[in-house]
Design a protein around this ligand. Structure first.
Ligand SMILES: C[S@@+](CC[C@H](N)C(=O)[O-])C[C@H]1O[C@@H](n2cnc3c(N)ncnc32)[C@H](O)[C@@H]1O
Length: 347
């Protein structure tokens, strides 16, 4: 067994056998502190309690404008997000959930038909596949085949994080979106923490330094990603808090679009965009990230990257984009989010 396999086996044993529900977690790192947005609470209430009890996410990466989309949930676990999203993609869309842990998938699969019925579908629009997020090709997931990839508190667990991001980039369609919530650190963790089995399994040991995340995304093909929200992880276990101190951890929700024309900093082409108020459940405003909230009907000056993100993706029919890149006015100051770890993507 290779080193990589041994680490994956440990994680699989943790999520398959050590944990039987939320109460077995040793820290609050994989306990979602971001509640599901209000419009989706009614969907959440239709999801079986057994699925919810084995939910170990650190956020709520529920993308907007999903009707008809094919969504891939990496490390879907017992399927909370996959089912929530299955209600949003509608009968013409589909959700593929990937997880390596049999026990987690058993829960997800057990409810497939009942959940479909609850959402009013004649047939399940979910498909749960057992395998590794580092090798999606082995699961038959083709290049350029996925509209949106979501992931909730999983990529930190991978011993090969660059490979995971490369796979995500490969399977996304041009214009496709990655929306993930994960645990990140304010520094590179020393080997003694990275190799600590308990810290790894609890989503802390594998937390990537945010600036290394930025570099990795840039090198993979995402020169600009956006932080949607972030919150500090308190850990909630004094022994483990001492072990990791003084490192600080954050749950960050980020989005990145597969768009070849994105640049590594914000540039001013004199463009403005107006949100039309047509994304389901977002009649008054739409927040692209933590410093771009578009009010319905109100034009907003944006950089070239932001114009491309809303104008050349599935969001395009919900926006009016004025101007193109024919005239350049220099660097654009998008401004960063006020507080938190240093990186806020490129914008
Ligand atoms: C912290 S749980 C989160 C599960 C789910 N996203 C949720 O929000 O409930 C991590 C999940 O990722 C899965 N996982 C971890 N590493 C994986 C890998 N390399 N390939 C596939 N699944 C993986 C585990 O089996 C586990 O179900």
């Amino acid at each position: 067994m290779s080193h990589l396999d041994a680490e994956l086996q440990e994680i699989r044993a943790y999520y398959g056998r050590t944990l039987t529900g939320k109460r077995d977690l040793r820290t609050n790192a994989c306990c979602c502190r971001e509640s599901v947005p209000t419009p989706y609470q009614s969907i959440l209430s239709m999801i079986d309690g057994e699925i919810l009890d084995r939910f170990y996410g650190c956020g709520s990466p529920i993308p907007p404008a999903l009707e008809g989309c094919t969504v891939l949930d990496l490390g879907c676990g017992s399927g909370r997000d996959a089912y929530l999203i299955s209600a949003l993609v509608g009968p013409r869309g589909k959700v593929i959930g990937v997880d390596m842990t049999e026990e987690q998938l058993q829960v997800a699969r057990r409810h497939q038909h009942a959940q479909a019925l609850r959402f009013g579908y004649a047939w399940p629009n979910t498909d749960f596949r057992q395998g590794f997020i580092e090798d999606l090709a082995a699961l038959g997931i083709a290049d350029n085949s996925i509209d949106v990839v979501v992931s909730n508190c999983v990529i930190n667990l991978s011993p090969a994080q660059p490979r995971v991001f490369t796979e995500i980039f490969r399977v996304l369609k041009p214009g496709g979106e990655l929306l993930c919530a994960d645990v990140f650190a304010d520094r590179r963790l020393p080997a003694r923490l990275r190799e600590d089995p308990e810290l790894r399994a609890e989503c802390l040991g594998g937390a990537m330094y945010v600036e290394d995340l930025r570099r990795l995304l840039r090198d993979t093909g995402w020169p600009d990603y956006r932080v949607v929200s972030r919150s500090r992880i308190s850990i909630g276990n004094p022994t483990l808090e001492n072990r990791v101190a003084p490192a600080r951890f954050w749950s960050i929700k980020l989005r990145a679009f597969k768009l070849p024309s994105l640049e590594d900093i914000c540039e001013d082409y004199g463009q403005a965009v107006t949100y039309l108020g047509t994304i389901p459940d977002h009649p008054q405003r739409f927040a692209l990230d933590d410093h771009h909230t578009f009010l319905t009907g109100r034009p907003m000056r944006v950089c070239g990257n932001t114009a491309t993100m809303v104008g050349e993706t599935r969001l395009a029919r919900h926006f009016n984009v004025e101007g193109d890149r024919s005239c350049h006015f220099g660097r654009f100051d998008c401004g960063c989010a006020p507080e938190g770890v240093e990186s806020c993507g490129c914008c």
